[in-house]
Every structure is written in C-alpha cells, then in structure tokens.
Design a protein around this ligand. Structure first.
Ligand SMILES: Cc1ncc(COP(=O)(O)O)c(C=O)c1O
Length: 387
C-alpha cells in the first residue's frame, strides 16, 4: 500500500496527530524548501527573485490546487485569507446582481463566513441573510448568492454540491463554496460551481496562516469585479498607470504583494496530494473515518454527530460529549492530538497521508482507557484563548 508518512517531518514518533483538519503537518520537502527559499532565493537573489518565479506562484500553485478540486488552469488563485477572499467574491457577486438582495446559507457555516455576510449588510442595507437547514428549498428568484461550507467544520456533514449548484443555476443565483474542510480531503468537482474559497493550512499542509485560494469559473471572471482594487489586480501593474483597469483573468482578484515565503511553502504539500491522487485519499479517508464511527463510543457517553454515509461526510469525525474539553486535554497528554470545538465537540481529523489504521486503533485504545479510568477529571475545565 502507498504510504506518505515518511514524507512528513517526524515530530515525536509516538505522537498521533488527529488535527490535520486544523493545521496540517510539515512536509519534509517544505522544510527543505524553507531553508533555500530564505537563504538562497531571498538572501542571495534578493529583488531578482520576483522574475525568477515568485510572481508566478499565485497562479502556478493555483493551477495545482485547481486539479485537486475539479477546476481548470487559470480558475484558481492563491491570495489573502479565506475570509478576505470570501468578502471579495461575495461583494463581486452582489454588485453584479443589483436586482437580488438575498444570501442563502446555513447556521452550520463557519462563523467567519457569517460575520462577513453580516458586515455586507452595511454596504448593501437591504441584504437578507437566510440561515436555512434545507438550502435547496430556500433558493428562489430573490437569491443572489448561495454560500455554504462544503463540509461543515463542526459536524463534518458534506453538502450535495452538484444538486445545490443545479438548483442555484436554475433560479439564476450564484454559488460560492467554502472548501476549507474539503480541499485535499474529499473529491470535489467545481465544474458546476461559480465561485469558491478555501484555506491551505489544513489538508493541503501549507503551514500556519499560509495564504488561501479562490476559484472563479472562467466564463464568469470578466463579469465580476474585485471590490479591493489593488495594484496586483491591475492589468499592467508595473506600468504604474493612474487609473485602475482590472486584469482580464483570475489575477483581477489579487490585491497586493503576495507573501512569497508562506506562499511558496504551500506547493510541497499540494504536490504530495497530487502524487497520492484524490481517489486514493477518498478511499482511505472513507475507511479510516468508518473505524471511528463504528467504535461504539456511545457506551462512554459520546454522541456521533458526523453522518454514517461516507458521501455525506468529509474527513473528520465529531463526537458530542459534555466533558469534551477535558477529554481533549487528557488525550493530548496521552500522545493523541484531536481538537475541541465549543460547546462540547471532540473532533478527530483523518489525514490519509500520515494517518493509518494502526494510528486510529491506538488513539481509540487511549480514549477508552481515559474514559474507563476517568483520567480526564484531573484536568482543568478552563479553556485557553485558542482551542
Ligand atoms: C470552513 C472555514 N472557513 C473559513 C475559515 C477561516 O479561514 P481564514 O482564517 O483563512 O480566513 C476556517 C478556519 O478554520 C474554516 O474552517
């Protein structure tokens, strides 16, 4: 069987890392690149680095991400954060549909996405934000935009993307997907989607705070305008013209100078996923998440909130438990890193590049011991700022 474990920098060899859905591990190739990037490219090439290839990175890495998400070359750009990209594309969509003032989303969406939409109500005072459990039923001729997280960050539920895209298109509404919990985790086909955003520091293993990506379908690009008109979105930035003229392609959604160091370090992680293939990743995450869901943890008071149907979930499994925070702390002390999401969720992220059956079995063994011995009761209930 394929294995990619050795392609990641070993931390503690006994550590079982089930938090790749929050921050992916460090690829060996990224560690090597970091050194040459800083010492050679920055240290020696200095400003010449831009024409050595830095300027192409947002598109080059974007094209690689495109092949992970069923998009085409020239449709994906790496830039800014997921939240900022969501803002840019949501405004672009609303400006291009002045006759419609409704966003359909759901209450399970990532809060940052909802905050962005709420902020847009200052810019578009008649904007309605509908939190709908059944988005398809809610789409109407009033809907400008349907914007959802493809995989919910808490439950791991995965929306039926193609069906939602069809319903939106039939009603003349745009779609804008947040792929943060699905890119590199489950196969995605954006061919029927209009726009998407996503982060690179989870399943793409791009590094803490690495820039995010955005997708705009080719034929829509010329119809949408970036509300933040910076020089990197300008047609010929280095002509330094005084009037903004948007770039004709996906580059129009750039704003300012790309963060070259963190941007370049995304590529080795993306290359690993391309090498593994999304079919292999999907088959493996299906098997591994299944083991977690079949582990009979109900006897310890855990309630699974992740769907049992593999097509309806992503690559993490979440259990509700009233002691989830302290159990999370006890697991970390036992050498298993999961994560906790308020108010009472324990998330176990499955990343087939570096997690296999034996890791899952060891983690489950540790969890059962913690529950039987009630070892979690030795930990404080107070939570630090980042969980
Ligand atoms: C689904 C989802 N969307 C958006 C974000 C926020 O991304 P960023 O911090 O790049 O804006 C996250 C962060 O974890 C996320 O999980």
């Amino acid at each position: 069987m394929k294995s990619f474990k050795h392609r990641f920098v070993p931390s503690d060899p006994d550590l079982i890392y089930l938090d790749g859905n929050s921050l992916g591990r460090l690829p060996v190739a990224a560690a090597a690149l970091a050194q040459s990037l800083v010492e050679q490219q920055w240290g020696i090439r200095l400003i010449r680095g831009w024409n050595d290839g830095w300027i192409e990175l947002p598109r080059r890495i974007g094209d690689k991400i495109a092949s992970l998400v069923g998009a085409h070359s020239g449709e994906v750009l790496v830039a800014d954060s997921t939240s900022v990209n969501l803002y840019k594309l949501a405004v672009a969509a609303l400006e291009s549909r002045p006759d419609r003032r409704e966003i359909v989303t759901d209450a399970e969406n990532f809060p940052s996405d909802l905050y962005i939409f709420q902020g847009l109500q200052r810019r578009f005072p008649d904007l309605q934000i509908r939190l709908e459990a059944d988005p398809i039923a809610a789409i109407s001729e009033k809907t400008a935009l349907v914007s959802l997280s493809h995989v919910h960050f808490k439950s791991g539920y995965r929306h039926p993307m193609a069906a939602i895209n069809r319903a939106a298109r039939d009603a003349g509404a745009y779609t804008l997907w947040d792929l943060s919990h699905s890119v590199g985790a489950v196969p995605t086909d954006l061919s029927t989607a209009d726009m998407a955003v996503g982060c690179t520091y989870k399943y793409l293993n791009g590094g803490p705070g690495a820039p995010a990506f955005l997708y705009v379908r080719q034929d829509l690009q010329s119809q949408l305008l970036n509300p933040i008109q910076g020089w990197f979105g300008q047609k010929s930035a280095f002509d330094f013209g005084l009037d903004y003229e948007p770039h004709s392609g996906i580059d129009r959604f750039s704003v300012g100078t790309p963060p070259v160091v963190s941007l370049a370090l995304i590529e080795p992680g993306v290359d690993l996923l391309l090498e593994a293939g999304m079919e292999w990743i999907d088959a493996r995450r299906t098997v591994l998440t299944e083991i977690l869901l079949q582990a009979n943890l109900e006897e310890f008071g855990f309630q699974p909130v992740t769907p049992y149907d593999a097509n309806e979930r992503g690559s993490h499994v979440t259990f509700a438990h009233h002691e989830a925070w302290r159990i999370n702390l006890a697991l970390i002390q036992a050498g298993v890193i999961p994560d906790f999401r308020a108010p009472n969720f324990l998330r176990l992220g499955v990343t087939p590049l570096y997690i296999d059956e034996s890791d899952i079995e060891t983690a489950l063994h540790g969890l059962r011991q913690i529950m039987q011995s009630r070892a979690y009761e030795n930990f404080p209930a107070a939570r630090p700022p980042v969980t």
